[in-house]
Design a protein around this ligand. Structure first.
Ligand SMILES: CN(C)C(=N)NCCC[C@H](N)C(=O)O
Length: 266
């Protein structure tokens, strides 16, 4: 059994698509909070069945994207680097998440001065943190996080607006290897990824387009959107246990399993 992880999640009681801050969002089409809650509960159950610990932050009325907990902070070695959102629509989420950490005894916190959307753009491996930029998180935040966390941070440039956060285009398979969709990255960043991860899983455009890369792996089990069929096969071929989930309602806001999951790394 994989070592237990600690995740922070936010029940999507106030989920809605009321504004459009990424190409997945269509306020005219809307979204259904009750369906989102049902799908989200299944995701939470999946983590608990795997032996992972799930903590909850209270949702706030008027913050429909707060379900996407991964954006709320980056927590490494018990240090909490707070989010500073790029858009006014989500700005209040940063302080709300930071308050949760304060209330729960995380003494080493930084309210970021640079724009960053937490684990949406920071993905932590054993020796390095991969950091996305291009749409939301500023390169200056990569430097701020490196200084605060004392871990090397590698900048990767995103170029396709559908993949506006790093975690929509890449996920760690374990502490040393990743899966990613090359089409989401600049030529230079693709080269960096090839050098760093010669054995990476390369996902197709089709699997990326159902947010298949927005997955959560504990090194043995991978929770992944059920529509990402080819990716699931490759993960199984590599010996991983694939747990497909249906988060189609949350995808209407541009989110998937990883977006709903903020990992608290002790
Ligand atoms: C992977 N993560 C954390 C995300 N990609 N988050 C989803 C955020 C969706 C929201 N409507 C937004 O556009 O900010």
């Amino acid at each position: 059994m994989a070592p237990s992880r600690h995740f922070l999640m936010c029940r999507p009681e106030f989920f809605a698509v009321e504004y459009a801050i990424n190409p997945w969002m269509d306020p005219a089409a809307g979204a259904d909070a009750a369906t989102a809650v049902r799908q989200w509960e299944r995701l939470k159950d999946a983590y608990e069945e795997l032996g992972h610990q799930v903590s909850l932050i209270d949702p706030v009325d008027g913050l429909p994207d707060m379900v996407f907990a991964a954006n709320g902070a980056l927590v490494v070695g018990g240090r909490v680097y707070g989010a500073r959102f790029a858009t006014a629509e989500r700005a209040a989420e940063g302080p709300a998440y930071l308050e949760w950490f304060e209330r729960n005894g995380y003494a080493t916190r930084l309210a970021a001065t640079e724009t960053n959307e937490g684990e949406g753009d920071f993905l932590t491996l054993d020796e390095v943190i991969l950091a996305g930029t291009g749409f939301r998180t500023a390169v200056a935040a990569h430097q701020e996080a490196q200084e605060f966390l004392g871990r090397p941070v590698v900048t990767l440039r995103l170029t396709d607006p559908r993949y506006y956060h790093l975690d929509t285009a890449l996920f760690p398979l374990d502490g040393r290897n990743v899966a990613y969709y090359p089409g989401a990255f600049s030529a230079g960043s693709r080269e960096v990824l090839r050098r760093m991860f010669p054995d990476a899983v390369l996902a197709s455009a089709e699997d990326a387009a159902v947010l298949g890369l927005n997955a959560v792996s504990d090194g043995e089990n991978v929770v992944v959107n059920m529509e990402a069929g080819e990716l699931a096969l490759e993960l199984k071929r590599r010996g991983l246990n694939v747990i497909p989930v249906d988060l189609s309602e949350l995808r209407k806001a541009g989110g998937g399993p990883k977006c709903c999951t903020l990992e608290i790394r002790p």
